[in-house]
Design a binder for this molecule. Structure first.
Ligand code: CUK
Ligand code: CUA
Length: 732
């Protein structure tokens, strides 16, 4: 403590966040990666980063955007025929079953280019991107309905709904519109079904954050708005700016929508098509009684439904209060037909007093609210005050406040937006870090602060610099709810979840030429690719499919070809395709980019791009290399015998225990048997060569036998260590 100038409080905080080596975090966070267009995964309480997931942006490590099937995913996100290689990600959402996180899927939105992505949590890969068919920007997404039937995505800045159609700003009230899209999610397919999705047409009110009802409010959803003034700025013409005109009125509108009934209307053909997409016009929604407005304090931001589904908590940036709206009261007003009027688009407006349960003054700039495992306890971020307020939404009492650093946006408790919050920890997602970290230039990291909420008083535990964009929101799930794969079924295209047409088994590798297309059906296993030489002519299209034959955990191979801007990450069982035009003559090494084994550097080969019509000389030059002697061959045989002794010992141990009870070990043993199975062929070759006194061939094939042995031994030793550490028992 003395040497590092720490307090007792510091040591306590350290003990609460420290996760010893070999131990794992209790919760897993999926954070928006902000402008990086990615998702960042980290653990709680350690705050250790576990993974970046490429979503809207190419991500080289995972080959995302550099192999063919991941390129196809990014292509789904093209807009107006153009690539968009970044995203302004805001709100991740975990799929829910009966209002509780189920750990199956993750959704996230892109505000700038209105899009939504689906990530499968079995492999943490992006599987689909859908482009919003009618919005030009969005913000209030992704939020799921309690059984993940729909994923909500609300517009932000109003614009004409038709694509590529101009209307002057003077026609803002008539031609510009907002809206909310309900994307239909097919859980079995793990994909959004755009044809079955629909949108509400809404007035040009800058719809903002949203949330789905749950429990008693299931079937309904809530979206708030700002700039219901419908103000159009123009600072360059001497008109007051948007910020003035958009905050002039005292109230904006909470939109209350019945999405279940809306889905029925769409099924009954009552939607109209805009850009080929189902849209429920405002007048239809009003007539059918599925759309209402409630005034809310001006310029609100977050709307968060309480875990019991009874209340909607709205926090207004320009008001010190949070408003607790009652779903029951709103329904009573609707039933009684008690409205204070209509908005200019004919939507019934419920009186604010008729919908409010209470208002609670929390502090300056309340934004977002999350919930505790303890009943009625909520936490709200206070942007201007740079604080988190803990309060009780049932009796309106403020219980505690803690300062954060600085200017908090969202905050997040464990599973804190579900029907079953887990309490324990809260993360403050702060917009500014200012003086918290070692300076790294004018662009600072953001600051995620971990707060212990298990006691009456909140305790700040840890600052985590977040170095990749502004993470608006994050969600945290109990780690034990996630059940990701260790390996793929051999030959899987991970982006389609189907068998890859380019997959082959060991021994079936081939290269086919059709016209000017050269297609390789290859494999990767420690420590070589098959084939090792790929021949093409200038101008050929080269397609390389590679299947990773490994079954052992974490045995990923990478693949790249020099200067052809291509890269694949090939996890065990996966098949990946890279494709390019061999448009330049030359010799291009390809190699494995993951340090996968002792002979990883030797996991190499050549792409030979020959000039058109190139002919090999009649007498092929002999490959020169080291010349080996009989003595070298004898040495090899000795090495092989020694290594076999090691293998026998390890095999003796493994088969003496209940290794079959350990699936991870069974996989390693299978991989080892694969390697061993290749030995007879190489052995026959070195023996035949030795017969002919061809010591070069004999020595090299003997070396290959030894390579197979080394990999077998390596796997065997890993299996043995695993068994010893995981309490394997002797069997007779
Ligand atoms: S927003 Cu950033 S602080 Cu996009 Cu949810 Cu509120
Ligand atoms: Cu495979 Cu390095």
């Amino acid at each position: 403590m003395k040497r590092r100038n720490l307090s007792q409080q510091d040591l306590l905080a350290a003990a609460k966040t420290y996760v010893p080596t070999g131990k794992r975090d209790e919760f897993v966070v999926f954070s928006s990666g902000g402008q990086s267009g990615q998702v960042i995964v980290y653990g709680i309480p350690s705050m250790r980063i576990l993974k970046y997931i490429g979503v809207f942006t190419p991500e080289p490590w995972q080959g995302y955007g550099y192999d063919e099937s991941s390129k196809a995913i990014l292509k789904q996100g093209m807009i107006d025929g153009k690539d968009i290689t970044w995203g302004d990600t805001h709100h991740p959402a975990i799929s829910e079953t009966q209002g509780k996180y189920d750990g199956q899927f993750l959704f996230i939105n892109d505000k700038a280019n209105p899009r939504l992505a689906v990530i499968d949590l079995r492999d943490f890969e992006t599987k689909q991107i859908v482009v919003n068919p009618i919005f030009k920007s969005e913000h209030g997404g992704a939020f799921v309905t309690p059984n993940t039937d729909y994923v909500i995505e609300a517009a932000q800045y109003a614009a004409p709904l038709e694509n590529r159609k101009f209307y002057p700003l003077e026609s803002f009230n008539e031609a510009y519109r907002g809206g909310v899209t309900y994307w239909k999610f097919d859980r079995k397919e793990g994909r959004i079904q755009p044809e079955q999705s629909f949108s509400f047409e809404l007035p040009p009110y800058s719809q903002d954050l949203s949330d789905a009802g749950k429990g008693p409010s299931d079937g309904w959803a809530f979206t708030n708005s700002f700039c219901s003034e419908r103000y159009v700025g123009g600072i360059e013409k001497g008109v007051p700016p948007y910020e003035a005109g958009c905050s002039a009125k005292d109230t904006d509108y909470l939109h209350v929508m019945n999405w279940k009934k809306a889905a029925e209307l769409v099924a009954a053909g009552k939607a109209k098509k805009i850009n080929g997409h189902n849209v429920i016009p405002i007048d239809v929604a009003v007539k059918e009684g599925i759309l209402f407005l409630v005034p809310e304090a001006k310029s609100p931001h977050g709307v968060d439904v309480t875990p019991d589904g009874k209340f909607m908590i709205v926090a207004g940036k320009l008001d010190t209060h949070v408003s607790v709206f009652s779903f029951e009261k709103i329904q009573a007003a609707i039933k009684a037909g008690k409205f204070e009027g209509k908005d200019p688009y004919g939507i019934p407006v419920i009186g604010m007093r008729d919908a409010l349960e209470r208002q609670v003054s929390l502090g300056l700039g309340p934004l977002h609210t999350q919930f505790d495992s303890k009943p009625c306890i909520a936490y709200t971020s206070l942007y201007v005050d740079s604080q988190v307020a803990k309060w009780n939404y049932c009796d309106g009492k403020v219980l505690d406040k803690v300062s954060v650093h600085y200017n908090i946006g969202h905050l997040m408790t464990m599973e804190g937006d579900s029907m079953d919050p887990q309490g324990r920890y809260l993360v403050a997602l702060n917009k500014l870090a200012i003086d918290r970290f070692v300076p790294v230039g004018p662009l600072h990291p953001q600051n995620h602060q971990l707060i212990d909420i298990s006691n009456d008083k909140m305790q700040l535990l840890y600052d985590m610099p977040f170095p990749l964009g502004e993470p608006h929101y994050a969600v945290a799930i109990s780690a034990n709810k996630l059940k990701p794969f260790i390996r793929y079924q051999v030959g899987t295209d991970s982006r389609t979840d189907k068998r890859h047409p380019g997959a082959v088994r060991a021994g079936e590798e081939k290269t086919e030429r059709k016209g000017n297309r050269v297609e390789v059906f290859g494999t990767a296993i420690r420590s070589h690719f098959t084939p090792e030489t790929i021949e093409a002519e200038v101008g050929d299209e080269v397609v390389i499919n590679i299947t990773n034959l490994e079954r052992a955990e974490d045995e990923t191979h990478g693949f790249t070809v020099s200067t052809y801007n291509t890269h694949a990450s090939i996890e065990p069982g996966k098949t990946v395709t890279v494709k390019f035009k061999a448009d330049k003559e030359g010799v291009y090494p390809f190699y494995c980019t993951e340090f996968c084994s002792a002979l990883h550097l030797e996991m190499q080969g050549y792409l030979l791009v020959k000039p058109k019509g190139w002919k090999a000389p009649a007498k092929a030059a002999e490959t020169k290399g080291t010349a080996y002697t009989e003595a070298d061959y004898k040495n090899q045989l000795k090495k092989i015998a020694d290594t076999q002794a090691v293998i026998d010992q390890v095999v003796g141990y493994i088969t003496s225990v209940n290794y079959q009870d350990f699936p991870d070990v069974v996989a390693m043993v299978e991989d080892a048997q694969d390697q061993l199975g290749k030995i007879p062929d190489a052995k026959a070759k070195h023996e035949a060569a030795a017969q002919k006194k061809d010591w070069n061939q004999a020595t090299l094939w003997a070396e290959q036998v030894w390579q197979y042995q080394v990999k077998t031994a390596d796997l065997g030793l890993r299996a043995k260590t695993y068994l010893e550490q995981n309490g394997a028992k002797k069997v007779k």
